[in-house]
Design a protein around this ligand. Structure first.
Ligand code: GLU
Length: 337
């Protein structure tokens, strides 16, 4: 495991601004390695743009390295052109990253190898249950509805091998991780001490042989040498599962920092129904990148509302402690006329 990132000309691998970043935002002298991990399932909007800005600020303020990886293993939900559009939006905002862009769909053998190791060590079992949760497993679960009910363990101990499961049922099995611990407590950099409850056995490989999000994210965060994961706090419940995988694979987990979500006026995760906050739309309306960055900085508690600035202008006063504690209400107000 570890190598296997392939160059993909489609996404313009060589980030034109990363050389400038090394010079402009401090030499990468620290051991900090962060990452941006967009899923190309739709347009980048103010909510995920703020999370990416925070991950960028975390890395650059520490003189660290920032990796970028496209999480495109979720076949049906991937939108053509969304990966390139996301990279374009990130560059437009003035965010940069270091080294090549990794693309998960090009690393399938690496995930299969990790699954084989987990299977050989007795952590996995074939599961022939036809649950929607298995089909959704390639996506990061952004809410209980993505995750479904706790798996009751129906197939646990039922089949000695994939072949036996196929022969007995005529179905193509998924592979589930058998959770051994009730909880894996951890301290989150933003959310504080967490009980780390593990919600039942979870899928690591879908029926079609493709990896689940939980598996791919662990393999890649390790392979990219990530020391801290900065992401939105709707993924907090996934972290104990990822810790269980690190443990089973004998790998050192990164630190985790889950930032509060940006929500709409109704308190729900920012979405289309709150108005079009996609960067695409804002750009098309003639909103300047500096206005969007300032708005995101305001949503992060870093600058007053109405500020226009570059990402680097937010570095001097940057601290996660300045983030508003709860969900932040974000809209396009003040950005569109
Ligand atoms: N690619 C995932 C998403 O956009 C994020 C995964 C992660 O940060 O762990 O939903």
């Amino acid at each position: 495991m570890g190598s296997g990132a392939r160059h993909d000309a489609k996404f313009g691998m060589t980030n034109p601004t990363s050389a400038g970043a090394a010079a402009g935002h401090g030499a990468r002298t620290s051991g900090y390695v962060g990452r941006l991990a967009p899923s190309p399932t739709g347009a980048l909007h103010l909510g995920n743009a703020r999370t990416f800005l925070l991950a960028w600020l975390a890395a650059r303020s520490r003189g660290g390295t920032l990796r970028l990886r496209i999480e495109d293993i979720d076949g049906p939900r991937i939108q053509a052109g969304a990966a390139a559009a996301t990279l374009d939006d990130l560059r437009w905002l003035g965010l940069d990253w270091d080294g090549e862009v990794w693309v998960q769909s090009q690393r399938l053998p690496v995930y299969a190898d990790a699954v084989a190791r987990l299977f050989a060590a007795g952590h996995l079992y074939p599961c022939v249950c036809t649950r929607a949760e298995i089909d959704r497993a390639a996506s990061a679960p952004h809410g209980p509805e993505d995750d479904g009910p706790v798996y009751p363990g129906t197939c646990r101990g039922r089949f000695p091998s994939l072949a036996a499961a196929r022969a007995a049922t005529g179905r193509e099995p998924a592979l589930r991780f058998g959770v051994a611990a009730a909880a894996l407590p951890f301290v989150d950099g933003c959310a504080g001490p967490q009980a780390g409850i593990l919600r039942g056995d979870f899928v690591v490989q879908k029926r079609d042989g493709g990896p689940a999000y939980q598996l791919a994210v662990v393999v890649d965060d390790h392979a990219q040498g990530i020391t801290e994961v900065v992401r939105a706090d709707d993924l907090l419940p996934s972290t104990p599962r990822q810790l269980a995988l690190y443990r089973a694979l004998g790998l050192q987990p990164p630190a985790f920092r889950h930032v509060p979500l940006v929500v709409g006026g109704d308190g729900l995760r920012l979405a289309k129904r709150h108005g079009d906050t996609s960067l695409r739309h804002l750009r098309a309306q003639g909103v300047a990148a500096a206005a969007v960055v300032g708005h995101l900085g305001w949503l992060a508690g870093l600058v007053p509302r109405g500020t226009s600035c570059l990402p680097a202008d937010l570095l001097p006063g940057f601290a996660f402690e300045r983030l508003p504690a709860g969900p932040v209400r974000g809209d396009e107000h003040g950005l569109l006329g």
